[in-house]
Design a protein around this ligand. Structure first.
Ligand SMILES: *Cc1c(COP(=O)(O)O)cnc(C)c1O
Length: 392
């Protein structure tokens, strides 16, 4: 029992699984060699551990071990993918397509690329959070070099039609990059089925350590290349220089293997939590589940409580429940979530959203306690809300 507050913010980050930490520990104090030291046993031991982690990460996403590049996290992986492709494919064109509901790691990188002359189409989404695939086809130009669409959204859990997008990309000879940070380890992710040339993931979103991530880069049919963004000692085939974070990489590998082993049970357990939570909270009047019309991740519920605002709700709830009003990166601001705005939610509802994301260590009891606490808080707050009293 972890006590209060109840942690329901696993989309922001997850606890490191003790089995992951156990796997990492020897690589701090015992097997501390540099994975690039080719001349002695310390280096070999570290290199062997990195290769094992490559196999574990590759297995989770249906890739080959040689297709995995280790980074400091998904933000770096997204940067490497977008910037790396923009440079290396500049001869082919200067146009990319993405979606308005992407994570800032993609959107802010796109903004920078635009300043450098890249043209970027930001696709709209419907109220279901999905881009229109006809609009996607129509956006493709001869100069299009990349389609960047996340696997699943970090605020709503809405799962994108990645297989269809991959097929469209392939048909037009355009590369497809997917930020799968929220999906990897939580639902089946297969780079071959989806036809992704590049895919980003992060250890701390799947019960691994912070500061470790990976970028999958396809090796064949066709081979994908990215320009290095970090140069130096030439590690990782010159794609990402810098001495490898061996303990972090070992942790990512172990975390990926554990997720793969537990995926069906974990998916089912979290889905039942989600259903219980949503069913109970929808009993409250003026409550909506955002993205409900779409297939969603089992571990995310984004719920709007009309006539209230999220900071007001959080200020009452946060002593007992750790939830957020959107992504961790934007929850400091009072602006309504750009993801919910893109889904055409009116401002009042976008400002009234709370994201609940249970995880591996959430218990049924915590879900029940959450239902009680949230129901009580919302009813109490509404009693003192003139707008609620005066509604229609
Ligand atoms: C958390 C997150 C990121 C950033 O990952 P870091 O490893 O923290 O850099 C990128 N994309 C999505 C969808 C995320 O949820």
């Amino acid at each position: 029992m972890r006590g209060l507050p109840i942690y329901l913010d696993n989309c922001a980050t997850t606890a490191c699984d003790p089995r992951v930490m156990e796997a990492m520990l020897p690589y701090f104090t015992q097997h501390y060699g540099n994975a690039s030291s080719r001349g002695h046993a310390f280096g070999w031991k570290a290199q062997a551990a990195v290769e094992e982690a490559q196999q574990q990460v590759a297995a989770l996403i249906g890739a080959e071990p040689g297709e995995i590049i280790f980074t400091s996290g998904a933000t770096e992986s997204c940067n490497l993918a977008l910037r790396g492709i923009s440079t290396l494919y500049a001869g082919k064109g200067n146009h990319m397509i993405t979606v308005k509901t992407e994570h800032k790691a993609v959107l802010d990188t796109c903004r920078v690329l635009e300043k450098g002359g890249m043209e970027i189409t930001y696709l709209d989404v419907g109220t279901d959070g999905q881009p229109d695939l006809t609009a996607l086809r129509n956006a493709i130009r001869p100069s299009t070099i990349l389609i960047a669409v996340m696997w699943a959204n970090n605020e709503t859990g809405v799962i994108m039609p990645v297989n269809e997008i991959g097929a469209i990309a392939k048909e037009h000879g355009v590369l497809f990059f997917s930020d799968a940070t929220q999906a990897a380890g939580k639902i089946p992710v297969n780079v071959r089925d989806a036809g992704t040339g590049l895919l980003a993931l992060s250890a701390h979103k799947l019960y691994g350590p912070k500061g470790a991530g990976a970028l999958y880069i396809r090796r064949k049919d066709p081979r994908v290349k990215v320009a290095a963004q970090i140069t130096g000692g030439g590690q990782q085939h010159n794609v990402r220089s810098g001495s490898l974070n061996v303990p972090g990489i070992v942790g990512l590998g172990r975390a990926a293997a554990l997720c793969m082993d537990q995926l069906p049970e974990e998916q089912e357990r979290l889905l039942s939590f989600r259903n219980t939570l949503e069913h109970a909270l929808l009993q409250l009047p003026g409550t909506t589940v955002n993205g409900q019309a779409s297939a969603r991740l089992p571990q995310v519920s984004n719920i709007s409580f009309s006539y209230l605002n999220s900071s007001q709700i959080l200020s009452v709830l946060n002593k007992q429940i750790a939830v957020s009003s959107g992504s961790a990166c934007t929850s400091g601001s009072l602006d309504p979530s750009y993801v919910l705005k893109a889904m055409q939610l009116p401002d009042e509802l976008a400002k009234a959203a709370i994201r609940f994301s249970p995880g591996r260590y959430t218990t049924a009891e915590e879900i029940n306690d959450t239902i009680g606490l949230v129901t009580g808080t919302i009813s109490e707050l509404r009693k003192s809300s003139p707008a609620w009293q005066l509604r229609d």
